[in-house]
Design a protein around this ligand. Structure first.
Ligand code: PFF
Length: 445
């Protein structure tokens, strides 16, 4: 690989991987899934999945990327050729590239809505704020043109950043965006914990009702663990290729996972205290939590309209730092193979993701009555990617690194103590693959 693409210093990789990880998954999905799936019960299963599936898979993914020093597809190709493996493993690279495009297609629609909300706090008029908010969101969803405008803007900015390159585009953007993101999330969390129902939130998120742990909750928690850590599809593998050789993989992954989990919990402590403090609102409303309930809650708080805008700036920044990582694996491959320049490659991929995203835009309006197994287009793509493609990618990564790479080669690259290294091996070879298979088995039965 061109040495100039390797990020300087240890922090750029940490911030980039944390940027890929922290996104709509933490701020939009985690709180509403926790709300729908019984609070503490969901949080416990989710944390276990992060620890026993997420941690080993993220280490293995970075290992492949840094070993190959190429796009995920070609890094896997290098492993295949160096270790004389079957070409079947290439499926891993392609599955990831495709999953990235599919996720970006809907991610950008939701991120676009969030960006538009920066400018739309509830006005202080005679109107009932809850009714106003529900109507505003429903009007928004019913106007495809407005949604397409914001969707296009978001994909455009994503392609611009990725098109500028690994160091000048992604590296620079991440170094600016991530500190702002951490600052905003802390400020917002303090604001809402002080003004809202902190204690109620604490018991909601950490007081588990074990009767609520159903197989469905376990599958959702696993899907969310993969989604939130951006593992199983090559984003982290692509970034691994830009990681300095002397950086410690094990320690770095611990920091990234810690930051991602911290932001998810801080997002919970930003959203629930203000939702709980408003008796008209419910925490169990699902996807609308962020776009319907939260604006109402902000409306009734001191300086609420300012904090409303700050909150949606935070969501947009988090989404952007993730969306660049969704399109990077495929872009890197196109550039490497010299099929097109990086800029042209990312524009073509952006257009494809944009077109698929129209399906998500139309899911709530002109295609609302078309359903597959009771799900609209958006739900099909979301479930296909985070509950099927990402776990399948994760399973293949475990099997490839766990069984096809000699332990001694792994240990040389992954700086874990002997005990930790043994635990890592057991998780990679048995715990993670068996859990994913069991969960798949249940879902298909
Ligand atoms: N981790 C991101 C989030 O939580 O919003 C979403 C994501 C980014 C998933 C990159 C997968 C990925 F490869």
């Amino acid at each position: 690989m061109d040495q100039s693409k390797i990020w300087k210093g240890n922090w750029t990789f940490v911030l980039a991987a944390a940027g890929a990880a922290v996104g709509l998954g933490n701020i939009w999905k985690f709180p509403y899934l926790a709300g729908e799936s019984g609070g503490g019960a969901f949080v416990i299963v989710y944390l276990l999945c992060i620890l026993f599936l997420g941690l080993p898979i993220m280490i293995a993914e970075i290992y492949i990327g840094r070993y190959g020093r190429k796009s995920p597809i070609n890094s896997v190709r290098k492993i295949i050729s160096d270790y004389g493996l079957n070409k079947f493993w290439l499926i891993l690279g392609w599955l990831g590239a495709l999953a990235g495009l599919l996720i970006l297609s809907y991610y950008s629609v939701i991120a676009g809505i969030a960006a538009s909300y920066i400018f739309s706090s509830i006005p202080h008029t005679e109107l009932n704020p809850a009714e106003y908010s529900v109507e505003y969101y429903s009007n928004f969803k019913n106007s495809p043109l407005l949604m397409i405008f914001w969707h296009s803007l978001f994909i455009g900015v994503t392609c611009y950043v990725v098109g500028k390159g690994v160091v000048d585009g992604i590296g620079k953007a991440i170094n600016i965006l991530m500190p702002i993101l951490f600052f905003l999330v802390i400020v917002l969390c303090i604001y809402s914990s002080l003004t809202g129902e902190f204690i109620k939130t604490l018991s909601f998120l950490f007081n588990p009702d074990f009767s609520k742990i159903t197989p469905g909750v376990v599958i959702t928690a696993m899907g969310q663990a993969f989604f939130t850590l951006s593992i199983g599809m090559g984003s982290i593998m692509a970034y691994g290729a830009y990681m300095p050789q002397e950086q410690m993989i094990g320690k770095t992954v611990l920091i990234v996972i810690f930051l991602d989990t911290l932001v998810a919990l801080l997002a919970g402590f930003t959203i629930f205290p203000i939702v709980f403090s408003n008796p008209e609102l419910s925490a169990f409303v699902g996807k609308g939590l962020l776009f319907e309930s939260l604006p109402v809650a902000f409306h009734s708080m001191p300086l609420g309209s300012i904090f409303h805008s700050v909150f949606f700036i935070l969501v947009s920044i988090a989404a952007l730092s993730s969306s660049v990582s969704l399109i990077e694996p495929f872009t890197a491959w196109i550039e490497e193979e010299r099929i097109f320049s990086r800029l042209n490659g990312v524009i073509i991929l952006g257009v494809i993701a944009w077109l698929i995203g129209l399906g998500t835009v139309f899911s709530d309006n002109i295609w609302a009555e078309y359903e597959i197994y009771g799900m609209n287009f958006f739900e099909v793509i979301a479930i296909l990617t985070d509950q099927f493609m990402l776990p399948l990618g994760g399973l293949l990564i475990c099997l490839l690194v766990g069984f096809c790479i000699p332990k001694i080669d792994l240990e040389r690259e992954i700086d874990l103590s002997r005990n930790l290294s043994n635990i890592f091996n057991i998780c990679l070879k048995f715990v993670a693959p068996v859990s994913v298979l069991l969960i798949f088995g249940y879902a298909l039965s």
